[in-house]
Ligand binder design. Structure first.
Ligand SMILES: *[C@@H]1O[C@H](CO)[C@@H](O)[C@H](O)[C@H]1NC(C)=O
Ligand SMILES: *[C@@H]1O[C@H](CO)[C@@H](O)[C@H](O)[C@H]1NC(C)=O
Ligand SMILES: *[C@@H]1O[C@H](CO)[C@@H](O)[C@H](O)[C@H]1NC(C)=O
Length: 336
């Protein structure tokens, strides 16, 4: 594909320019001043749509769409080791960053985006595991809400469950073969909700939050993407059996856990009625909401999170899922 040629070329240009761009987080106050000046220049042309993806395969898919046109004089700013790229998609001003895997990276990059740049909303995208048997690898999900499902109290087997838990998991329910009383020493997990601080709430007071809701208005715009053409083939010899679909309005689960386990997959679907699992979305959504910004999440399904019989499908279908998510992002920005 011609896209493969464009990506290395783009990176070469960026490497050349990087020689003259400084970073804000620097021991030298002179460099810091220069960087803050660049940010000021960039913001003068704002506001931007903030784009946040996670890891290199998703970034590759994003640049392969060829939709991102870097800013001619201020193509990027480096902040605390992350590269924020300035540019346009279909004439709309965007700032793009690859945050890195996990909730800490997702939250930190989102707050950096908001603190340093004039952004009017956040579009988060990437791949995810599929835990809903009515969804398929290659599908794109644009969920309505996300829960952080790993704020646990790890309890003894006999511990009583605090009513504040939003759910719990008993390890004894999973013993194979079942022991005479079903017990084991791993006990049970009590699931807590998040502590949500927000601009619109009372300062310094956190509210409990289980479901972080994406922005309704943006979700409505996203319904226009239903039915869009998605990639069905990894390459000329490997295609999905069915045409992938884009579904708006389901639920997602986020945790610092890569789920590749059928029993836990089933637990998450049954307990939280989530369709996808990932490691950043709820953090990006929560931090966007804290700052009062619109936010949406677009994730391509790369695997079935342990429901498969062989090795995880992410190795084979990850690139296809990333491409479909990136295409949906470009289409969404066009419609904004
Ligand atoms: C749980 O309670 C049972 C019955 O009282 C007791 O035999 C067992 O030792 C207790 N287990 C733990 C880990 O406290
Ligand atoms: C699972 O996916 C199907 C197809 O998109 C959807 O109709 C259904 O509501 C989902 N299940 C749950 C529990 O969200
Ligand atoms: C297509 O992709 C699969 C999975 O990565 C790989 O095994 C196969 O060799 C590829 N075929 C071609 C023609 O590139």
């Amino acid at each position: 594909m011609s896209a493969n040629k464009v990506v290395p070329l783009f990176f070469e240009v960026v490497v050349l320019i990087s020689l003259v761009v400084t970073t804000c987080v620097s021991v030298k106050p002179s460099n810091r001043a220069k960087c803050l000046n660049t940010i000021k220049e960039v913001n003068r042309k704002g506001p931007y749509i903030g784009l946040i993806t996670v890891f290199p395969p998703e970034e590759k898919a994003f640049f392969a769409t060829q939709a991102f046109k870097p800013h001619p004089t201020h193509p990027f700013v480096d902040l605390a080791g992350r590269r924020f790229r300035v540019g346009k998609i279909n004439g709309k001003k965007v700032i793009y960053v690859r945050c890195g895997v996990g909730m800490v990276n997702g939250a930190a990059a989102t707050q950096q985006m908001v603190d340093f740049f004039d952004v009017k909303g956040v579009v988060h995208f990437g791949i995810a595991g599929n835990v809903n048997n009515s969804m398929s690898i290659g599908d794109v999900t644009i969920p309505q809400q996300f829960a952080h499902t790993a704020l646990w109290d790890w309890l003894n087997p006999n511990a009583t469950l605090d009513p504040s838990y939003v759910a719990h998991l008993d390890f004894k329910g999973y013993n194979v073969p079942k022991s005479w009383d079903g017990s084991n020493l791993l006990g049970r997990l009590g699931y807590n909700s998040e502590q949500f601080f927000s601009e619109s709430g009372t300062p310094n007071i956190a509210q409990p939050l289980l479901w972080a809701q994406v922005t309704m208005h943006w979700l409505q715009i996203a319904t226009n993407l239903e039915g869009m053409a998605l990639e069905q083939c990894v390459n000329s010899s490997l295609c999905l059996k069915e045409k992938p679909k884009l579904v708006v309005g389901l639920r997602g689960s986020t945790a610092n856990i890569f789920v590749d386990n059928a029993a836990y997959r089933d637990f998450l679907f049954q307990t939280f009625q989530v369709s996808s699992v990932d490691m950043e979305s709820s953090a990006v959504v929560m931090i966007s909401l804290s700052n009062g910004l619109p936010v949406i999440v677009i994730r391509g399904l790369s695997d079935i999170a342990g429901g498969q019989s062989g090795p995880n499908d992410i190795q084979i279908f990850g690139s296809l899922a990333a491409r479909n998510a990136a295409e949906a992002v470009v289409q969404f920005i066009k419609k904004l």
